[in-house]
Design a protein around this ligand. Sequence first.
Ligand SMILES: C[S@@+](CC[C@H](N)C(=O)[O-])C[C@H]1O[C@@H](n2cnc3c(N)ncnc32)[C@H](O)[C@@H]1O
Length: 156
Amino acid sequence: MVALTSLSPSPPPSSPSPAAPRRRPPLPPLHIRTPSPRARTCRAVSVASATPGADDYHSIIRSLNSRGRHVPRKSLGQNYMLNSKLNEELVAAAGVEEGDVVLEIGPGTGSLTAALLEAGATVFAVEKVDSVALLFLGLIVLIATEVLIRDRAKFF
Ligand SMILES: C[S@@+](CC[C@H](N)C(=O)[O-])C[C@H]1O[C@@H](n2cnc3c(N)ncnc32)[C@H](O)[C@@H]1O
């Protein structure tokens, strides 16, 4: 298992030597929304993008384009949900309720994760691809769980 904190890039060294390995640039600041009373028992805090809106399509596309020019790979099933209403319907169809614990394999952009959090679930997310995991981290902060297992194959 990989601790979430270990995925966060370290601050760049003050005087990098030419032989030093390249480090990822720091993530942009996260704008954390105060959890609603309904989401109080959540171990994760969703951020602004958890709120469904008419502009879901554009914000997801913007996010996908912003992190390392992520190009979705068919071999990894990287199809992303652009309509958060559908995510809500999926969560309702699955009967996810407050206090449930959900293991989500492949959170991708985190759009379904956000709907699960809104329903009051605690979500453990497993994402294989680093660039997608970083994209996901831009949307969701896992606070108490602090665990992001990157490869389902290694987990099971
Ligand atoms: C269908 S997409 C996720 C869609 C997501 N609900 C969304 O709307 O953004 C599937 C995700 O599974 C990830 N994935 C593929 N193979 C995986 C594996 N072995 N372990 C964990 N994640 C994996 C992909 O990188 C991708 O982000």
